[in-house]
Design a protein around this ligand. Structure first.
Ligand code: MEV
Length: 434
């Protein structure tokens, strides 16, 4: 059995690699790959981002041009490993740019923090002291929130709630506005500052104090942000959909598309995959701009299940031959602070997007999500997904099979008009290598 390692984090990079190769009985050449992917000029910066770093993990940084969003054109940076996502986003962006573009609006930008605590009283009583408590909260966080208030943010409201199915366990849900920052650190600092004062208030107040003191359990932001919401729509006359309709007439295509969306609205199995197509676009832009994609995914997936049943994040309307397709999604994004200001490529992404505000970024990210989903559903209800998908996948397969340049170009010719699978490419190469 391998031994439990102590003090791994204290070793320098070379020592870590050496130990890793020994422990896992790996080929020494792997050390060269780790070395090769170190950044020649900026490794110190990457070393500050995480821990136990032995190398870097590269992903492609791409551009999807022609995103017309509220009459403004954007070139959208995307970081993604899946071939065809950028192509599908670019194709949909160009199509919608000629058909009115993406119309987006930010519905609200509220973020949430929670202080959980135990207390033997009735939670409803706490809400009747809400104004006094809010004043206390504002006072004790005054110095922390000052800059945020100057930027239009700060603490907006509080609400006390009991945790269902648990006795004597409650939360105060605190609503924040965090201007252009994602605000996780700001919210968490506020919560940890507020908690002892709040417990003190409850424990010392004649009408609230109990034999068992109120005690904080934990303080943390919630990544569920249903009120940090953006809506993005595209709309055109059904006739205009012809370029996506394949062998179908435009009205037939529109009806098939609508049916596909309705299936995703009603069937959770399909909804997950449908929404995955939305996250192909969303995650790629979120990652490119150095935002927290886990937070975005967690919050938006929960929003997709807000009715109690997981469902599509998009909705569709066809009325008087007008096709309107809408995505509504919570996106707690930031354009200042965190990686957005430190990672060179995230900074480049912000420059490419002309230094958007957090609200503008919400709209751009939503448009990327809708574009990708539109492209995916359009393919599914016409030619099917594999034709385009595997074509773009062909170069990945060829690389994986270590094809030479000559083999790549003959494979590209050979598979020009056929559906491509991994085994077909493998067989093609085996035969041509005989
Ligand atoms: C693949 O990455 C995404 C799709 O599965 C999305 C969908 O099914 O709608 C094609």
């Amino acid at each position: 059995m391998r031994s439990i390692l102590k003090g791994f984090s204290k070793l320098d990079r070379e020592e870590k690699v050496k130990l890793l190769l020994e422990q896992q009985e790996l080929a020494p050449q792997l050390a060269e790959s780790f070395q090769e992917f170190l950044h020649p000029g900026k490794q110190d910066l990457f070393n500050d981002i995480s821990e136990n770093i032995i190398s870097n993990y590269y992903l492609p940084f791409s551009i999807a041009p022609n995103f017309l969003i509220n009459d403004q054109l954007y070139m959208v940076p995307m970081v993604i490993e899946e071939s065809s996502v950028v192509a599908a986003a670019s194709k949909a962006a160009s199509f919608w740019a000629k058909n009115g573009g993406f119309k987006t609006k930010v519905i609200n930008t509220l973020k949430n923090g929670q202080i959980h605590f135990t207390w033997t009283g009735n939670c409803a009583t706490l809400n009747s002291f809400k104004d006094e408590m809010l004043e206390l909260i504002n006072t004790v966080t005054e110095s922390i929130t000052q800059k945020m208030r100057e930027r239009g943010g700060g603490i907006v409201d509080i609400e006390f709630k009991s945790i269902s199915n648990m006795e004597n366990t409650h939360q105060v849900l605190i609503k924040f506005k965090t201007a252009d920052s994602m605000g996780a650190n700001f919210i968490n600092t506020c919560l940890e500052t507020i908690a002892p004062h709040l417990m003190d208030f409850i424990n010392k107040h004649e009408e609230l104090k109990k034999d068992n003191e109120a005690k904080t359990i934990m303080c943390i932001l919630s990544n569920y942000t249903p009120d940090c919401l953006v809506e993005c729509s595209v709309s055109c006359d059904i006739k205009q959909l012809k370029p996506y309709a394949g062998d179908y007439s435009s009205p037939e295509f529109a009806t098939r598309f609508k049916t596909a969306v309705e299936i995703a609205i009603n069937d959770p199995y399909r909804a997950v995959t449908h929404n995955k197509g939305i996250f192909n676009g969303i995650d790629a832009v979120v990652l490119a701009t150095g935002n927290d994609f886990r937070a975005i995914e967690a919050g938006a997936q929960a929003y997709a299940a807000r009715s109690g049943k997981y469902s599509s994040l998009t909705s569709i309307d066809i009325n008087n031959n007008q096709f309107t397709y809408t995505l509504k999604v919570p996106l707690a994004l930031g354009t200042v602070g965190g990686l957005t200001n430190t990672h060179p490529m995230a900074k480049a992404a912000m420059q490419i997007l002309q230094h958007p505000s957090a609200e503008q970024l919400m709209q751009i990210v939503a448009a990327a999500g809708l574009a990708n989903n539109f492209g995916a559903v359009a393919s599914l209800v016409t030619s099917g997904i594999q034709k385009g998908h595997m074509k773009l996948h062909l170069s990945n397969v060829l690389n994986a099979l270590e094809a030479s340049e000559a083999e790549k170009s003959s494979a590209l010719k050979h598979f020009k008009d056929t559906v491509v699978s991994y085994s077909m490419v493998e067989q093609f190469l085996n035969e041509s290598r005989k």
